[in-house]
Design a protein around this ligand. Structure first.
Ligand SMILES: [Cu+2]
Length: 327
């Protein structure tokens, strides 16, 4: 049964644009596991209550005329009183259980890795605070080391969003003007899909992200590579692409470290080609997708905050060749 639910949920997430693994029924860390146990508890208790109600109903229908009016009234007073008491007990028990489950994320001895994630319409800014204020800024793909708690500090730039990676933890809202925190650990290396879980406007459904959990060594390698400035253009076409990017208004919204581009209203593109997906899970990362997105972002993700910047075919070729080289 459980397997079947898992397969169905896998099939559903596979069609939704960004094919990472995403299921609250397949916990991959202690925070998600305690929610999974809570869900099972709720299903068992509430299923049991439903069965009892059905049995009492059936018994009532069957023996309608058996008692005299006096005894019937006394009996039903007892039954209603008992049911009220049971309801209060069960509801308090479930409330306590869910309170305990939501704070049952054992931190262990390890110092958590702090990552700041900010929700914007309709993408995720990801910041790894560094020593002496040298923050590493990236977007839409969050790398974490396996087995070490991560403390995600959540905020929002515009409207309320909600950070949700079902395999690893419960939902946590991102509220403008308020800092929320979510702490979790991944047990195993893997790629887990997350998405915005609070309706935040037109492209809410296309606001996904990935969590890539990996060994400490590959995480360190990833971080060192991300901290480097953008690679110098490898060839003539890439060099032309870089020029186009700098001449057009792209840099007003995007940062590419190592170039003049210093904008912050769009995702950091310094290592855009190292990510698996483009535009918060909308397209797989390929040179073709980069060209398609740059040519017409409003058809691919209508209403998003990147305007169509008119480019000639040659400019488009060059700029997408350059972006595709930014690994
Ligand atoms: Cu959102």
């Amino acid at each position: 049964m459980r397997r079947r639910i898992l397969l169905v949920s896998a099939a559903l997430t596979a069609c939704s644009g960004c094919s990472g693994w995403q299921s609250a029924l397949d916990p991959q860390g202690p925070a998600a596991a305690s929610l999974d146990r809570l869900l099972l508890g709720f299903v068992l208790v509430l299923g049991g209550i439903w069965l009892c109600v059905m049995l009492v109903l059936a018994a009532g229908l069957w023996r309608r005329a058996a008692a005299t009016p006096g005894t019937a009234r006394r009996r039903s007073a007892w039954a209603v009183g008992g049911a009220c008491a049971a309801t209060v007990l069960v509801v308090s028990g479930l409330t306590l259980a869910s309170y305990l489950a939501s704070r049952a994320a054992p931190l262990g001895q390890d110092e958590p890795l702090v990552i700041r994630v900010r929700g914007l319409q309709w993408w995720w800014e990801v910041v790894y605070p560094g020593a002496d204020g040298q923050d590493l800024v990236t977007a839409n793909e969050i790398h974490i080391p396996v087995g070490r708690p991560v403390r995600i500090e959540l905020s929002a730039a515009d409207v309320i969003h909600s950070f949700w990676v079902p395999n690893l933890a419960g939902k946590q809202d991102m509220i403008p003007g308020r800092d929320n925190v979510l702490t979790f650990t991944a047990w195993e290396a893997g790629t887990y899909r997350g998405q915005c879980a609070e309706f935040c406007g037109m492209q809410h459904a296309r606001m996904a992200f990935l969590i890539v959990a990996e060994s400490q060594e590959s995480f360190d390698r990833w971080r060192a590579a991300q901290e480097a400035e953008a690679a110098a253009p490898a060839g003539e076409e890439e060099a032309r692409g870089r020029q186009v990017f700098e001449q057009k208004p792209c840099g007003a919204c995007h940062t590419i470290r190592g170039t003049e581009a210093r904008g912050t209203t769009g995702p950091d593109l310094t290592h855009i080609a190292s990510r698996q997906y483009l535009a918060a899970g909308v397209l797989p990362m390929t040179r073709g997708a980069l060209a398609a997105w740059t040519a017409d972002p409003q058809t691919i993700k209508p209403g998003n905050n990147m305007p169509l910047v008119p480019l000639t075919a040659a400019e488009l070729q060059a700029v997408s060749a350059w972006l595709a080289s930014l690994r």
